[in-house]
Structure formats: structure tokens, C-alpha cells
Design a protein around this ligand. Structure first.
Ligand code: GLY
Length: 384
């Protein structure tokens, strides 16, 4: 057991999961957030879709990230069980699998190309003809030209995960400080000493920055430890289905838009991908693009009431991969830059960052994702 004192900036899924793990290890942990923590928050964890989609979202050139996502995906069932037992809250884990649908022949050609790449990685996916796809989801449009089914990609209700983590973390002894803006990181001689809050310095043995898209903006971070993350805006909406007779059971991806059915009958449709800083505006164009693509895949949505619209900010790094673990500033650790994968990567992030904070090595698979991959490379002299 460790008796380290730790401050965590950011009370989203990754900040709370790390806090929970480190409190279990005997540390004294304080979590600070500018806004609410758990109920009432509007951060990226609350805004997310909750897809645990390591296979279907695997992209060329991101093989190390895919391996990381698959590892965390395998950890999710045990993480869910532990979290539900500790909190008494169900996190809405659904394992029907995820389907990608092509709504015309051009999309089917692109889907086949992507499928061939993913199958080449050894991912477990099934190619479906239109009749197979509609057998699984009878309300899919008559225009569906092909589909890919990923049985291993699941989903959780991310807002319930957040509620559960608050309970589990507090029971383990974590002290939560919502509505408590951190003014600055305090450092001396390239060592993190703690945080300045409301003019007072709170000294701790280590600081973990897990503040999503806001992580790079904390004052006092030495330039060499500043994570290169930016907000990537996503607009979403929810329709209401009859929970006793939902028109969709699997999560489906039409090429640029996903539809996620929840157990309570909500049907989430997301998400735009916009470089607009922290602009919270919900636009007609954003909703139109989402609804148009969703309607082409599942025309019966046109009868459903819209019950919610919202905006979230993905914390996106320069290479779309997370940034976690130690920095060159002693006592300063990061857990940010999760881009589209904050929910999926939470179990692995919590374990890897906790090990690093406790002075142990992170698992090998996590090591390529520290901040030092962005460090400027030393210039080598040309040899004549
Ligand atoms: N992971 C879903 C999204 O980024 O929209």
C-alpha cells in the first residue's frame, strides 16, 4: 500500500477511474473540476456515445492504437463487474455488437476496402449482404447495399458509468471537489509540487492532469510537459423510441454517423466532427447532416420525437491517440488526448497511469503513448 498524496485535475471518466484505482492502492486522492462531477456535468464523458468499438473503428496507420483499444476492450467486462459491485449502479453494458451499413453501392465499395484491411489485422468481423443485415435489423432502409458486423464491439451508458465511478471513488476514500477551478500547477526546479486553488497552494506528491480538451490550458505547466490537445466539437441528438418495441437493437454506423439504441429507449445519433474550438452552438447544418445520414440508414426514425440535443468536446491530440503516463516534469502525469476513445480506454488508462504514479512501469502496450513522442528530436549534424 502507498500513502502518497495526489491531486487529479478533471473529474471525467479517466480522472475518476485513476482516482479510484489509486485510492484502492492506499493513496490520498483529491479530484478537482471546474464544473460538476458526475450528475450535472457537461464534459466529454457525459457527451460521449459510449461505444466500445475497437475493431470496427480500426484505421490504417493506427495499428498501435488499435492494439491499445483492443486491450482495453478486453478489460471492460471485469471493469464493469467491479464498478457495478462497488457502486450498486448498472452501467448499461450492451453486447449485441456493432454494424456498419453502406447506404449505396459507392459506400459498399469503400466498406469492402476497409473490411479487407480490418480482416487483414485479424479482427473478427462478418461481411453481411443486405438480406442478412435486415434479418438482424428489420427497420434498415431498402437501399442498404452491404454491412459489416462486429460481434466484439459493445457499448455502455457513459452517463451511468460516471455516476457509478463517483460512488465507487468516494467509497474508496477519494475526495471530490466539483466547481473548484484550479488556478495553476505549482512547480519548483522541474518538479510538480501541487496545485494553486483560490490563491492557496495545496502540496501533493504528484499531480495528474485528466482535464480532457482543457488539459493543455492549465497555467503553470512547463512548456515541455504541455499536452498538445485541442477540442474537437461534436454535436449529437437523441430521439425517443418505445423501449418495449425499439426500432434498433444494435449500434449502427452509417458511414459518417452512428445510431446507438439505449435500454431506456433513447436513440442517440452522433456526432459531427468540427474544428471550432469551444463553440457550444448547436447548428441546423450539424443536426441536418446527422439526421440525413441516419434517415438514409433507418428511415423509420422520421416518426420519433427529438428529446435532446447537445455538444461535447473530444480531447484530440496531434496524432488522434491518447497521451498518458509520466512527463519530463517529476511528479506530473497526464491522462488526456483520448479523442474518440475516452470511454473505451478508461480501464487501461486507469491501470497504466496508476502504475506510473506508484513508480512502476506501465504495461508495454501503453508505453508508446507517453508525451515524449511529441518531443522535438535533437538535430543530428550532417557528416561530410
Ligand atoms: N466516439 C464517438 C465520437 O467521437 O463521436
Amino acid at each position: 500500500m502507498s500513502s502518497k498524496s495526489l491531486s487529479i485535475v478533471g473529474g471525467g471518466i479517466n480522472g475518476l477511474a485513476i482516482a479510484w484505482r489509486l485510492a484502492q492502492a492506499g493513496c490520498v486522492v483529491d479530484v478537482y473540476d471546474t464544473g460538476a462531477i458526475g450528475p450535472g456535468t457537461r464534459g466529454a464523458t457525459w457527451a460521449a456515445g459510449g461505444m466500445l468499438a475497437a475493431s470496427i473503428e480500426a484505421e490504417p496507420g493506427e495499428e498501435a492504437l488499435t492494439a491499445l483499444c483492443l486491450t482495453s476492450q478486453q478489460q471492460w467486462p471485469a471493469f464493469r463487474d467491479e464498478l457495478e459491485t462497488a457502486s450498486g449502479i448498472s452501467v448499461g453494458y450492451r453486447d449485441e455488437g456493432i454494424m456498419v451499413v453502406a447506404t449505396n453501392r459507392d459506400e459498399a465499395t469503400a466498406l469492402r476496402h476497409h473490411y479487407d484491411y480490418q480482416i487483414g489485422l485479424g479482427l473478427k468481423l462478418e461481411w453481411l449482404n443486405p438480406a442478412d443485415a435486415r434479418r438482424r435489423e428489420p427497420h434498415l432502409g431498402r437501399n442498404i447495399a452491404a454491412a459489416v458486423f462486429s460481434p466484439g464491439d459493445h457499448q455502455v451508458e457513459n452517463r451511468d458509468v460516471l455516476r457509478a465511478l463517483v460512488v465507487a471513488a468516494e467509497q474508496a476514500g477519494v475526495r471530490l471537489h466539483p466547481h473548484t477551478p484550479v488556478e495553476a500547477l505549482e512547480t519548483t526546479d522541474s518538479r510538480a509540487n501541487g496545485l494553486r486553488i483560490a490563491g492557496e497552494v495545496h502540496n501533493t506528491d504528484a499531480v495528474i492532469i485528466a482535464a480532457g480538451a482543457w488539459s493543455g490550458g492549465l497555467a503553470g505547466i512547463p512548456p515541455e510537459a504541455k499536452p498538445p490537445v485541442r477540442p474537437l466539437k461534436g454535436q449529437m441528438l437523441a430521439l425517443q423510441m418505445d423501449p418495449a418495441a425499439p426500432i434498433l437493437r444494435h449500434t449502427i454506423w452509417a458511414p459518417t454517423t452512428y445510431l446507438i439504441p439505449r435500454l431506456d429507449g433513447r436513440l442517440l445519433i452522433g456526432a459531427t466532427v468540427e474544428e471550432r474550438g469551444f463553440d457550444e452552438t448547436i447548428t441546423a447544418g450539424g443536426l441536418l447532416a446527422l439526421l440525413d445520414t441516419a434517415w438514409r440508414a433507418l428511415p423509420t426514425i422520421e416518426e420519433l420525437p427529438v428529446v435532446e440535443t447537445w455538444v461535447g468536446f473530444r480531447p484530440t491530440s496531434r496524432d488522434d491517440a491518447p497521451i498518458f503516463g509520466p512527463t519530463s516534469v517529476e511528479g506530473l502525469f497526464l491522462a488526456t488526448g483520448h479523442h474518440r476513445n475516452g470511454i473505451l480506454l478508461a480501464p487501461l488508462t486507469a491501470d497504466a497511469v496508476s502504475l506510473a504514479v506508484l513508480g512502476q512501469d506501465m504495461p508495454e502496450i501503453a508505453r508508446p503513448f507517453t508525451l515524449d513522442r511529441f518531443a522535438p528530436k535533437a538535430k543530428t549534424k550532417a557528416v561530410a
